[in-house]
Design a protein around this ligand. Structure first.
Ligand code: PLP
Length: 354
């Protein structure tokens, strides 16, 4: 047990109606903070009213981007309790990111306790309408006021919470994806497997070009040959070809999604043929031409499953299946969200109830 000090907000905010919720615009009344100072280590765990940070303009994170984050979700379950999805999978991932960015690791038990205590305090903020949830954003930033380039000696670890609306208010909606070979997201040895702001900064320009062309997101190809499929920037990607489920392997340039892992667990348990293998964009196009490309879908915490009904690759258009939501995509969405909301049996013990 850790002692986490609590300073309660004097006045509580007015909560938005579930129907007004979007993504990432509204934050709850409290936040968790933990400070790091060398050589003492992580200190002073506390929950305080949600409020702006005051920082020196020379604070290192603002200049050199030494920062990492996580994205977790909690759900209002059928029984009225709150379910947190796979906290023990997300927590160690933050520490894997920390290692790559020379950020000191956080005690995982303290992280877990802080998470539970903060959510418990804010439990009335977890919305109850269909498909709404509480988005949880833990993050660490470098806080030395210093303009030299080196790892910081001080950090802040924080957790903020944001109630979010239904991702698919009009039902499961497929997205159109733009394949880029003009820009590169990550290469082996780089930051591809790390949840760090730098990857998002690097992706913005390609995403803007895709949007201008009428596409929702970018599908990245490998940084060396622009040939093999990587991921979709905020999502991992899966293909169903000839009744086989295929997703690229984790070799350092893509993020190891928890949703990706959950999809692998579920499809393997259902007895589907599942492969983590390199797949080139040419192979995907070839499968499309042969009529064996049945489904394409993205996976991520925000949307869970995001069916893809069009890929644009240079002058070629690829339409998986008949362009409607595929069977595997639908079954995965129904299963994973059913477990999250407590409507289906939690076969893998994914949910922690609070
Ligand atoms: C967070 C993230 C994902 C999805 O991971 P989940 O754990 O399933 O949410 C995929 N790609 C990138 C680059 C990410 O940052």
């Amino acid at each position: 047990m850790y002692t986490i000090a609590v300073e309660k907000a004097e006045t509580l905010k007015k909560k938005p109606l579930d129907s007004e919720l979007t993504f990432g615009t509204v934050f709850t009344d409290h936040m968790f903070t933990l400070d790091y100072k060398a050589p003492e280590g992580w200190l002073n765990p506390r929950i305080e009213p949600y409020r702006p940070l005051s920082m020196d303009p020379s604070t290192m994170v603002l200049h050199y981007g030494q920062a990492i984050f996580e994205g977790i979700k909690a759900y209002r379950r059928n029984n009225g309790k709150i379910g947190i999805f796979r906290p023990n999978a997300y927590i160690p991932r933050l520490n894997r990111s920390a290692e790559r960015l020379c950020i000191p690791k956080v005690d995982e038990k303290l992280f877990y306790e802080a998470l539970m205590k903060l959510i418990d305090l804010e439990r009335d903020w977890v919305p109850g309408s269909k498909e709404t949830s509480l988005y949880i954003r833990p993050f660490i930033i470098a806080t030395d006021p210093y303009l030299g380039v080196r790892p910081s000696n001080t950090y802040k670890f924080m957790i903020i919470l944001s109630p979010v609306g239904a991702y698919y208010p009009e039902g499961f909606k497929p997205v159109k994806i733009y394949v880029t070979d003009k820009y590169v997201r990550a290469v082996k040895g780089g930051l591809g497997y790390v949840k760090t702001p730098a990857n998002y900064a690097a992706s913005l320009m390609a995403a803007e070009e895709a949007k201008k062309a009428g596409y929702t997101q970018v599908l990245w190809l490998d940084g060396c040959q622009s040939k093999y499929i990587e991921e979709v920037g905020t999502m991992n990607i899966f293909f169903v070809i000839n009744d086989e489920v295929i997703t690229p392997p984790l070799e350092g340039s893509i993020l190891g999604g928890i949703t990706r892992d959950s999809v692998l667990m579920a499809t393997r348990k259902w007895g589907l043929k599942v492969k983590e293998e390199h797949i080139s964009i040419d192979q995907v196009y070839e499968a499309y031409q042969k009529g064996t490309l049945q489904e394409v879908f993205g996976t991520g915490t925000a949307a869970v499953i995001s069916p893809v009904n069009e890929l644009k690759w240079n002058d070629k258009i690829i339409i998986p299946g008949d362009g409607s939501v595929g069977k595997v995509s639908q079954k995965l969405y129904d299963y994973i969200s059913g477990v999250q909301y407590g409507q289906l049996e939690d076969d893998f013990g994914w949910v922690t109830e609070l």
